[in-house]
Design a binder for this molecule. Structure first.
Ligand code: TRP
Length: 456
């Protein structure tokens, strides 16, 4: 399909906002604090920051360069650059992973809508203690109809935006609301840190305790770096494919990475001080953020309004991420299978809802799907979060590096990154990271985790 039919970001700024919109989401505000809490705090954060720089940014450049050159979806991109080879399978794995992530992500995103409703209807205002907050969370997550209903609401919203196409839908939303979210997070972080005992949370987040270092923590920090930057499944191939020819791609990518990391740290600076001031357990699992936050709102003037605004913005941040997940899948069916955008969005959104049902029911509605049920120690949602959000993305990251480093070639990728006359610094370092460091390091982590059997 000609590039003019596929649409394009209206400007470099449009791309940055949309890509930042994809990157910034529940991964920063829900997943990062919960993984950091389970991973021992500071040591997890240290590893995560290291992986963002050493693995995340190089992989991001690799994906963007492939997308910009081919102007195709992940499968089509590999087909275009390596015809008659097995490489398109990597794109196929990416499309599948997008689906797998969306099928649990939309459940959590549904919770944000549930909390938004509680904020509007006044339910949030009555929360002052940790126990009351747990009760509210239980109410939203354990009723099967509510859990599935909220997931459905969220998927319908996602479908409606994706159906509108890239610049029509995605860009417009991201432009206005992302900066507002940032401002609100700063206010919340200041409030949380000034709560009694709040600074203990800051220490937990930044002072690494090396005795907590373990393989699962390394794996989870690596997975988090990829997940948070929306890497390892071709989302950035797809977003790079809409990038204008004259704009600075690599710099835009770095900016997106910085924004994403800053937001994750900010979220940590809200959650951990709040947790410590309430004497709650950092290892609270998937419910952590949802249970912690209402207690901060109650400590603030006009807390109900602040809380309602927060859940609204969080829902929007999640939406700009679910859009990018569904967009990859839709883009594949439109480009490669000739479906209309509208049909692809509705059909694939519907299939995703069906796949999301067991995750939605795994948080209390059906105990067999929960922790210590038929899937072992992990509940079904956590299992999916780890399989798709850690392992599959890591495999994807290895493959994209091997492809760009060894098959397609660093010089051609460089050309795409510098297109429009934007020379990139440290190009040979980037080539070295993509060819050797990233694939080998990620492979070693995967092998060790499998051999040691610590993946459960
Ligand atoms: N990065 C998003 C977040 O942090 C989630 C996400 C959107 C994603 N698209 C992705 C993760 C593609 C991996 C791959 O919430």
């Amino acid at each position: 399909m000609a590039s003019s039919d596929r649409g394009q970001w209206s400007s470099r700024f449009g791309f940055i906002l949309a890509a930042a919109g994809s990157a910034i989401g529940l991964g920063n505000i829900w997943r990062f604090p919960y993984s950091a809490g389970e991973g021992g705090g500071g040591i997890f954060v240290l590893l995560y920051l290291f992986f963002v720089i050493a693995i995340g940014i190089p992989v991001q450049f690799a994906e963007l360069s492939v997308g910009r050159t081919t102007k195709r979806n992940p499968v089509g991109a590999f087909k275009a650059l390596a015809p008659k080879s097995l490489w398109p399978i990597v794109g196929g794995l990416g499309v599948l992973t997008g689906f797998g992530i969306l099928a649990f992500y939309s459940v959590i995103a549904g919770w944000t809508v549930g909390y938004l409703y509680q904020g509007i209807s006044g339910g949030l205002a009555s929360i002052t203690t940790g126990e009351q907050s747990v009760d509210l969370f239980t109410q939203i997550t354990t009723d099967p109809l509510i859990a599935i209903g909220l997931t459905a609401v969220f998927l319908v919203l996602t479908v409606l935006v994706v159906r509108g196409g890239v610049s029509g839908g995605i860009e417009r939303i991201a432009k206005v609301l992302m900066p507002v979210l940032f401002a609100l997070l700063v206010v919340l972080a200041i409030t949380a840190m000034t709560l009694p005992g709040g600074m203990d949370g800051v220490a937990y987040l930044f002072a690494p305790d090396f005795s907590e270092l373990s393989l699962p923590v390394v794996m989870s920090a690596l997975g988090q770096a990829l997940f948070s930057l929306s890497l390892g499944m071709g989302a950035m191939i797809t977003y790079g494919s809409y990038f204008p020819d004259d704009a600075n791609l690599w710099q835009s990518g770095v900016l997106v990475g910085i924004c994403d990391t800053v937001i994750a740290i900010l979220a940590g600076l809200i959650i951990f001080p709040a947790l410590f001031s309430q004497g709650m357990d950092p290892q609270g699992g998937p419910g952590l953020v949802f249970v912690t936050l209402p207690t901060i709102f109650s400590a603030m003037p006009a807390g109900q309004i602040v809380g309602t605004a927060f859940y609204f913005l969080l829902a929007i941040a999640a939406l700009t991420s679910t859009i990018s997940l569904l967009e990859v899948v839709v883009c594949y069916f439109v480009d490669e299978r000739g479906w209309s955008r509208t049909m692809a969005a509705w059909v694939l959104g519907g299939v995703c809802l069906v796949l999301a049902v067991p995750s939605a029911l795994s948080q209390g509605a059906v105990p067999a799907l929960g922790a210590n049920g038929i899937f072992g120690a992990w509940d079904f949602l956590t299992l999916n979060n780890n399989i798709w959000g850690n392992y599959s993305l890591s495999i994807g990251a290895i493959m994209i590096c091997l492809f760009v480093g060894w098959k397609w070639g660093i010089p051609k990728a460089m050309e795409a990154l510098e297109l429009g006359n934007h020379p990139m610094p440290a190009t040979s370092l980037w080539g070295f990271l993509v060819k050797f460091v990233c694939p080998i390091a990620v492979f070693i982590v995967l092998v060790f985790i499998i051999v040691s059997g610590q993946y459960f």
